[in-house]
Ligand binder design. Structure first.
Ligand code: NBX
Length: 827
């Protein structure tokens, strides 16, 4: 900003009256007022972050004006609403999204330009809340966007982690983690609600007694207590409505004992305070795997306990009876992370509100619905009975009681003894544990998976006995993504081209994209389409250069795999393919491979040995290939550090090819697959998760399929799988796998990738070698079509035109109809 600007000085001396209009002039006025009165800064000394904050505050006022209007409306209509319970959220940066939803992007851009400021530069300043690991947390945030846009009365509850998902750096090719201090510069988007706070108890024991009428009273005498305070972030939908994201922060209840002159006492008091505040310190960085840590269970119970007390408060505030809780609220459990809620609601109804068991159980069962996000056995939550006994003694009693009544109920059906013990909430085959998925299933009125394939497998495998008992309880809701953030906000060029052709209605009805299909044969339009893609690729190339120092030619095929690093997702299968291309150039003298940049990004759980090795493998292959002048014009391999929503928004628009190559039956849905396709990338993938439905929608001729199906995987494993045989019978595969131990790749440290090599040859649990040839063959097909850019453009347009189904608006409407029975309130 130019401090000699006359306008600035004018405003400085005559700030004018605050208003919350949406014109360029209104925005200019507010922006300066925020800078002066909220930050106490003058332009000449203001930092970029000060300007960002002034703009964020300016936008926040406008968001709040819409927000309070929405809240009023929901309260007035007293409609049935949804409470969404999730231990994770990944909202991404708020500013750009709020500008879109207020429809003031251009006004804001122009307002800032008059102060010589660039909107895009300020947008970069925002630090995003990384309060989730990956797909599950991002899905929750996509759903918040759609709930708000559709005007569904709802509130989302979670944990305000002080440190979110760790920051990933790459040092010497390895992942190195550091703390994510996202709150360091403050958080403009939240407001603390000190008056909304609840006590949460832990530990101790229970006391059972009978009163004069022989009525049983159970009291939980805890040994510690902490307080949860609400921090609210309004989530603005497109154009009109909003909802609340309410995150709980743990605080000590113990007041300082100032009278204590004894130093030892004082420190003990402070220590206790610090310990209790630890509960919401940090997000556990494991996805699809368990930490089994006591603190994690404390986090889960903490946020569930605060949320349920808040829901009950809201219900009673309207003058209603607790017996009707399930009529006014439905509570969605985002995986089993909040599933202790089943026992907690029973406790609140029975012990605190004196309801009888039958009634309380009826209310509980009719209130909850449960979404399962994984079939991986290592990811299914089980908590040791002993841990529960120490931490939540009353809940353990309740779970035993729920279980004993449940077993009595199923004994009346035709279940075998084996089935009954399989269905029990308690697994007592080794150290006794509670099966949280069973608790969630028994305590809910609906259970859903996240894609057609996954929901089917859930009924046939993990929860098969329950599906036999209660077939009507099980349903599918295929995941979706918010096309507003992942197309309108992050890919303005493509969004603009689309709107030029078919208008802007797609913003609220993604099915309208179908209107693009007829232009897939229009040569001129195809060219325009590819021009937009090229511009986006230039942007991505600049981003890559900034983050890694590596230059890529934007004309290259940009082939991308971004997601958490996990063996089942098979990033190392992509690596084997890259090495096969390398061999073709080096050893077979093949010259006609189209130049390709292979982009990877994603975090590995810090304790996941193989995943961390896979990152090292990718960076080692990158080092090796990018520095070999004989191949580096054709191949580039890049690992982008610290994948986040913000980075993702740069990546999807610039991708040509989307890698969705998990072993069939393992990826519950995937949502990256949808984000890529919506941005015009073509998919190479297996019949896994939502890939199946994407392929159905876009047509099999517009999707690059390879690999075994789920059934074939099962058959293959049953028949006895011998990866070594495949290896020894496929000359080209063999030389690729052997290369993992080569001096060249490992720079003499030939044992570096031994674990990956051994794993592939001996077990290969995710069938990389089995699917290898089919993948390599399909990639040849990809290359052939890539060379025909008109054909590629046509397929890309058809892909985008058929993405309507994958809007999270559709998913939320499905939840409303199939599960929640909730209706929109329109502002
Ligand atoms: O949920 C993911 C699935 O792997 C994806 O296929 C799916 O698309 C997505 C949304 O439905 N699961 C996932 O992200 N899990 C976690 O992040 C997770 C986090 C903590 C934890 C277990 C799993 N303890």
């Amino acid at each position: 900003m130019n401090s000699h600007n006359k306008k600035t000085e004018h405003y400085f001396t005559k700030p004018g009256v605050a208003n919350i209009g949406l014109t360029k002039e209104d925005i200019k006025t507010s922006f300066l007022e925020k800078l002066f009165y909220s930050l106490g800064r003058i332009p000449v000394v203001a930092t970029k972050n000060d300007f960002y904050t002034s703009l964020a505050l300016t936008v926040r006022d406008r968001v709040f004006r819409k927000y309070v209007k929405s809240l009023e409306q929901y309260a007035e209509e007293d409609a049935r609403g949804v409470a969404y319970l999730s231990a994770e959220y990944l909202p991404g940066p708020h500013l750009g999204n709020n500008l879109l939803n207020l429809e003031i992007v251009e006004e804001t851009r122009e307002a800032l330009a008059e102060f010589n400021l660039d909107l895009d530069e300020l947008l970069k300043e925002e630090v995003e809340p990384g309060l989730g690991n990956g797909g599950l947390g991002r899905l929750a945030s996509c759903y918040m966007d759609s709930l708000a846009t559709l005007g569904i009365p709802s509130i989302a509850y979670g944990i305000r982690y002080e440190f979110g998902i760790f920051k990933q750096e790459i040092q010497d090719g390895w992942q190195v983690e550091s703390t994510d201090k996202w709150l360091q510069k403050g958080n403009t988007w939240e407001i603390v609600r000190p008056e909304i706070s609840f006590e949460v108890k832990f530990g101790g024991h229970t006391e059972h007694s009978r009163d004069g009428n022989y009525k049983l009273h159970i009291e939980w005498i805890p040994d510690s207590e902490i307080k949860g305070t609400a921090y609210d972030t309004p989530i603005l939908g497109y154009q009109s409505n909003s909802i609340t994201l309410r995150l709980w922060k743990a605080e000590a209840t113990e007041s300082f004992d100032f009278a204590a002159y004894n130093l030892g006492e004082y420190y003990r008091a402070v220590e206790k305070k610090m310990r209790s505040e630890n509960i919401t310190k940090v997000l556990y960085p494991n996805d699809e795997n368990l930490s089994g840590k006591e603190l994690r269970l404390k986090q889960q119970y903490f946020f569930v306990c605060c949320s349920l007390q808040d829901i009950i408060r809201l219900h009673l505030l309207q003058g209603r009876k607790l017996e009707t809780l399930h009529e006014k609220f439905t509570i969605q459990l985002n995986d089993t992370h909040p599933s202790i809620a089943v026992a907690e609601l029973m406790r609140l109804l029975l012990d605190v509100h004196q309801m009888g068991w039958e009634e309380a159980w009826k209310v509980t069962k009719s209130t909850f619905a449960y979404t399962n996000h994984t079939l991986l056995p290592e990811a299914l939550e089980k908590w040791p009975v002993n841990l529960l006994r120490n931490l939540l003694p009353r809940h353990l009693e309740l779970i035993y009681e729920i279980n004993s009544r449940f077993i009595t109920e199923i004994r009346e059906h035709d279940f075998t003894g084996e089935q009954i013990s399989r269905m029990s909430l308690i697994d007592d085959r080794g150290e006794p544990t509670i099966r949280m998925a069973h608790l969630a299933t028994v305590g809910s009125y609906k259970v859903n998976g996240v894609s057609a394939l996954h929901s089917g497998l859930l009924k046939e495998e993990v929860l098969k006995d329950f599906a036999q008992l209660w077939p009507e309880k099980f349903t599918n809701v295929t995941n979706g993504i918010t096309h507003r953030r992942f197309l309108a906000v992050s890919n303005p060029r493509l969004a603009g081209l689309i709107s030029e052709k078919i208008g802007k209605e797609w913003l609220t009805n993604l099915d309208k994209l179908k209107g693009l299909e007829s232009f897939a044969n229009d040569e001129y339009f195809r060219r325009k389409w590819m021009e937009v893609k090229l511009e986006n690729k230039k942007n991505l190339a600049a981003q890559i250069k900034e983050l890694t120092g590596i230059e890529i030619n934007p004309e290259m095929l940009i082939d991308v795999q971004v997601k958490r690093i996990h063996e089942y997702k098979r990033q190392h299968l992509k690596v084997l393919h890259i090495l096969s291309l390398y061999m073709q150039i080096k050893k077979d003298g093949q010259k006609d491979i189209p130049p390709t940049a292979f982009i990877f990004a994603g975090k590995a759980a810090p304790g996941y040995f193989m995943a961390k090795r896979i990152i090292k493998l990718i960076t080692a292959v990158g080092d090796f290939i990018n520095n070999d002048p004989e191949v580096n014009e054709t191949l580039k391999v890049i690992f982008l550090p610290n994948f986040s929503v913000k980075l993702a928004q740069h990546v999807y628009p610039g991708a040509d090819l989307s890698e969705q190559i998990s072993m069939a039956g393992k990826e519950a849905s995937g949502t990256g697959n949808m984000k890529f396709a919506l941005n015009g990338a073509l998919t190479v993938g297996t019949l896994d998760g939502a890939n199946v439905e994407i392929r159905e929608e876009v047509g099999e001729e517009n999707f690059f399929l390879f690999g075994l199906t789920t059934e074939e995987v099962a058959e293959r494993k049953k028949a006895g799988y011998h990866p070594y045989k495949i290896y020894s019978e496929n000359e080209k595969l063999k030389r690729v796998v052997d290369f993992l131990l080569s001096e060249e790749l490992t720079k003499g440290n030939t044992e570096l990738f031994r674990s990956i090599y051994d794993n592939l040859l001996n077990q290969d649990p995710y069938l990389l070698l089995q699917d290898y040839q089919s993948y390599v063959d399909q990639m040849e097909n990809v290359y052939e079509i890539w060379q025909d850019s008109q054909k590629w453009a046509q397929m890309s347009i058809i892909n985008v035109a058929n993405m309507g189904k994958f809007s999270s608006d559709r998913s939320i409407k499905d939840y409303c109809e199939k599960i929640w029975k909730v209706k929109a309130v329109k502002a």
